[in-house]
Design a protein around this ligand. Structure first.
Ligand SMILES: *Cc1c(COP(=O)(O)O)cnc(C)c1O
Length: 401
């Protein structure tokens, strides 16, 4: 399985991962995305751009992040050796900063004076706001009214960082509606504005560009696991919202057929449409926000509402590269429910002294199911994409203390 996979094969020049991906945008957005693609391709070949990004990832964001051997969790589960990639230790609390620094530098290089972004839980908004402040750029973040109420501390953080947070009252008042508003703003203000999209979603070149900015996770993990264990891991596990932290970890292992990979989606309350965000367990291919990929939709093709206890996994579409990796059988996708994620967070907190965000708690939940069935010399790397500070209110009201 996966032996045919060679790094760098995708996307093609039109942004296609097999049949997935592409660029489904109105005429008014065609020029902005083409301009962005050209600027990005020039930047990524420029050693000065890469050197400055590397320096900021180190000095501003806190890279490299450690690979931590979770010995007590390993003992407790009695199976595979478990290693945590500690993206939760990064500045602003999650992996999001990797992509925000990359796109922020690109925006400055393109001569843009303003960043806009969408945010669900507020993690991407906070990371964008921090980068905007640090680069001296104006910043506006669109956020659904519903999400603003659920994630009030992150709204305050963004405002403290000098960002304007615009409430979005249309539709379901969540992430999908915030993306619509951000795209509208971009069309109007593209002369001075860069749209800093937060995951491996949207029209080409975003899925590729965001992946490239997160590949540092897998590059580091590969070196670290070789140094710690003397060989490649047997399995990688990461949660999948849009799919950026997972592809960031997976990508540099795709050409190693013996490394198994599991992406974990949000199983929510149930697998009834509207109760979850497990796109591969209820969705079908369609177009959302400029890309062709698995989307949760009603029988008439309307975008379905979604639910997850973790705002970061609560979106109706998955990044197109994941649709492709699933189709060719290279990555397996599973889901964890709200309750299983809460249990994952509780177990990790009690055994390792680490409170994860609810998103990677879904990956931990998967490990609770799988690790006991694996041999003791197997090696599993789990991407701990963010820390749990933002979720304390949810932990508290769920009564898991
Ligand atoms: C945003 C977020 C996610 C989900 O986004 P991906 O693009 O799938 O990585 C996962 N974990 C954390 C901590 C997040 O903030």
């Amino acid at each position: 399985m996966g032996a045919q996979v060679i790094r760098g094969e995708w996307p093609d020049a039109r942004g296609r991962f097999g049949e997935f991906g592409g660029r489904f945008v109105p005429e008014t957005l065609m020029h902005p995305v083409e301009e962005l693609e050209q600027a990005y391709e020039a930047a990524r070949r420029d050693p000065n751009f890469q050197a400055e990004l590397d320096r900021l990832l180190r000095d501003f964001a806190g890279r490299p992040t450690p690979l931590f051997h979770a010995r007590r969790l390993t003992e407790r589960l009695g199976g595979a050796q478990l290693y945590l990639k500690r993206e939760d230790l990064l500045h602003t609390g999650a992996h999001k900063i990797n992509n925000c620094l990359g796109q922020g530098l690109l925006a400055r290089r393109m001569g843009k004076s303003r960043l806009i972004a969408e945010t669900g839980a507020g993690q991407h908004g906070v990371a964008t706001a921090a980068v905007a402040a640090f680069l001296g750029l104006e910043c506006t973040v669109y956020m659904g009214e519903e999400d603003m109420a659920r994630q009030a501390p992150n709204v305050y953080r963004m405002r403290l960082l000098g960002t304007e947070v615009v409430p979005v009252a249309s539709g379901s008042k969540t992430l999908k509606d915030a993306i619509n508003e951000a795209m509208r703003d971009w069309v109007t203000n593209v002369h001075n504005t860069h749209y800093l999209l937060g995951s491996v979603l949207g029209p080409h070149p975003y899925p590729k560009m965001v992946r490239e900015f997160h590949r540092v996770i897998g590059r580091e993990a590969r070196e670290q696991v070789l140094a710690a264990a003397g060989r490649l891991p047997d399995c990688l596990i990461a949660c999948v919202g849009g799919g950026s932290n997972s592809i960031g970890l997976f990508y540099d292992f795709l050409a190693d057929p013996k490394v198994k990979m599991v992406g974990v989606e949000a199983g929510g309350r149930s697998l009834n449409l509207g109760d979850h965000a497990a796109r591969f367990s209820g969705g079908k291919p369609g177009v959302l926000h400029g890309t062709y990929t698995y989307v949760l939709q009603t029988p008439d093709g309307l975008i379905s509402n979604t639910h997850s206890i973790s705002a970061g996994l609560d979106y109706a579409a998955v990044g197109p590269e994941h649709s492709y990796l699933r189709e060719i059988g290279r990555v397996e996708y599973d889901f964890a429910t709200d309750e299983e994620a809460l249990e994952g967070a509780r177990v990790l907190a009690r055994t390792e002294g680490i409170i994860p965000a609810l998103e990677p708690a879904h990956a931990v939940a998967e490990v609770l199911k799988r690790a006991p069935k694996m041999p003791r010399d197997a090696i599993v790397v789990i991407n701990l994409s963010g820390r749990g500070d933002k979720d304390l209110g949810i932990f508290q009201s769920a009564g898991i203390l």
